[in-house]
Design a protein around this ligand. Structure first.
Ligand code: SAM
Length: 285
C-alpha cells in the first residue's frame, strides 16, 4: 500500500470503500507527509517504543508510526474504519487496532499487555470535540507515559502553553503545566487535512515529568481550588472560592491571600501554579 499522506492515495481509499466522513467523530485526515515527519520526529519514538495512537482514521499516521516504533496500538471508535485499516496497514505486523472509545479504554491494561507495564508514548491527530477530556485522562491516569505528541486546535495549544495574565490562561493551562512541559512544535494550516477543518491546528508535545516540579500537599484539593477560581472568572478570588462549593468562608480565603502577601481583590487568572499550590496548602492545612 502506498503512503496515505499522498492525497491521491487517500482519495482512492475513501472511494474504494465508499467512506463517508462523520462530523460527530471529528474526522479530518492528514494528507501532508512533512507534517507527519515532523510529528514522528517531535515524539522521539524509536524501535524500543510502544506507541498508543488515538483515532487512526484510515491509518495515515499509523503507517508512519509503524515504520518508526516497535509496536503501535491504535484505538478507533468508528467501526466503518476497521476494514479499511486492515487493508491500509496489512503490510505491518507491529500494529494492533482496537475498535473502541478512547475515553472508555483501559490504557493501563494496554501498557500492561503490550509493553510489560513500561511507559508508552502517545501520538495522535486528536478529534477536536474531546481534546480536553482525552488529555486530562492521559495526564491524571495511572498509566506511565513518556510524552504525548498531539495535533490540536491552535487555540487549545495556546491555552496549554500560556501563563498568568493572558486571556487563554485557565484550568487546562495549569493542569498541563503541573504534569508536563508543553512545547508547540508546528503550526498546521487547514489545507493539510481532508476535509479541511474550520480552524487552524498545531502540534504540541507534552513531556511528562516523572514527578511534578510543583510541591503541593494534596493535588486534588489544589485542582478543586483552580476549577472554582476559573468557573467564576469575573469574580475576585475571594468571592469565587467562597461561593465555589468548597466549604470555604470569605474570611478564610482573605486570610490565606494576606498570608501570601496578595491583595484581597486579586483574581485567579493572575496567580501562578506555585501560588495556587501554596494557597491550597494554606486553605486546607
Ligand atoms: N489519525 C488520522 C489522521 O491523522 O489522518 C485521523 C485523525 S481524525 C482528526 C480523528 C480520529 O479519531 C477519527 O478517525 C475519529 O473517528 C477518531 N475518534 C473520534 N472520537 C474517538 C474516540 N472517542 N475514541 C477513539 N477514536 C475516536
Amino acid at each position: 500500500m502506498a503512503l496515505l499522506s499522498n492525497p491521491q492515495v487517500t482519495a482512492e481509499v475513501l472511494q474504494k470503500y465508499g467512506f463517508r466522513f462523520q462530523k460527530k467523530f471529528g474526522q479530518n485526515f492528514l494528507i501532508d507527509g512533512h507534517v507527519l515527519d515532523k510529528i514522528v520526529e517531535a515524539s522521539g519514538i524509536t524501535k524500543e517504543d510502544t506507541v498508543l495512537e488515538i483515532g487512526p482514521g484510515i491509518g495515515t499516521m499509523t503507517q508512519y508510526l509503524a515504520e518508526n516504533a516497535g509496536k503501535v496500538i491504535a484505538v478507533e471508535i468508528d467501526k466503518n474504519l476497521i476494514p479499511i485499516l486492515e487493508d491500509t496497514l496489512s503490510e505491518y505486523d507491529n500494529v494492533t487496532v482496537i475498535n473502541g472509545d478512547i475515553l472508555k479504554t483501559d490504557i493501563e491494561a494496554i501498557a500492561r499487555e503490550h509493553n510489560n507495564g513500561r511507559s508508552l508514548k502517545v501520538v495522535a491527530n486528536l478529534p477536536y470535540y474531546i481534546t480536553t477530556p482525552i488529555v486530562m485522562a492521559l495526564l491524571e491516569g495511572k498509566t506511565p507515559i513518556d510524552n504525548i505528541t498531539i495535533m490540536v486546535q491552535k487555540e487549545v495549544a495556546d491555552r496549554m502553553q500560556c501563563g498568568p495574565g493572558t486571556k487563554d490562561y485557565g484550568a487546562l493551562s495549569l493542569a498541563v503545566q503541573y504534569y508536563a512541559k508543553p512545547e508547540v512544535v508546528a503550526n498546521v494550516p487547514p489545507n493539510c487535512f481532508m476535509p479541511r477543518p474550520g480552524v487552524g491546528s498545531a502540534v504540541i508535545r507534552l513531556s511528562l515529568y516523572p514527578e511534578s516540579p510543583i510541591a503541593v500537599k494534596d493535588e486534588k484539593k489544589m485542582f478543586s481550588v483552580i476549577r472554582a477560581s476559573f468557573n467564576q472568572r469575573r469574580k475576585t478570588l475571594v468571592n469565587g472560592l467562597a461561593g465555589g462549593g468548597l466549604g470555604l468562608s470569605k474570611e478564610a480565603v482573605a486570610a490565606a491571600l494576606s498570608e501570601m502577601g496578595l491583595s484581597e481583590n486579586v483574581r485567579g487568572e493572575t496567580l501562578t501554579l506555585e501560588q495556587f499550590a501554596r494557597l491550597s496548602d494554606i486553605l486546607f492545612a
